[in-house]
Design a protein. Structure first.
Length: 125
């Protein structure tokens, strides 16, 4: 049976979707963009700050289901400029120091609210 996850410390959804859905041992998150939960606005313009905010938002969603980044088995990263790939990787790697999950990364034309990146993930207990 599916369970809708609402993360108290993640930004409110800006569309008709849930922060995540848990089913069995799996958690599927919606993509997180660098919105600051308290303001609902994009954090500064730098890719470093945006990446940190996206990962903080995902951490809040994981935590709402009793999980951490150690539970993550797959991520998908959407970026608007592949020139940011290396910078994003450096920050992303801090959350997955050992046995990182499988990952896809694609460049897209645009993301909601002018974000430079969006990350979604799948986690397992």
């Amino acid at each position: 049976m599916k369970k809708v996850i609402v993360a108290e410390h993640a930004p409110a959804a800006i569309g008709p979707y849930s922060h995540a859905v848990a089913i069995g041992n799996l958690l599927f998150t919606s993509g997180q963009i660098p919105l600051v939960p308290e303001t609902g606005k994009i954090v500064a313009n730098s890719i470093e700050e945006q990446t940190e905010q996206v990962l903080k938002n995902l951490e809040s969603v994981l935590s709402a289901n009793g999980m951490t980044f150690k539970n993550v088995v797959k991520t998908t990263v959407f970026i608007t400029d592949l020139a940011d790939f290396s910078t994003i990787n450096d920050i992303y790697a801090t959350r997955f120091p050992d046995a990182p999950p499988a990952r896809s990364c694609v460049q897209v034309a645009a993301l909601p609210a002018g974000a430079k990146l969006e990350i979604e993930l799948i986690a397992a207990i």
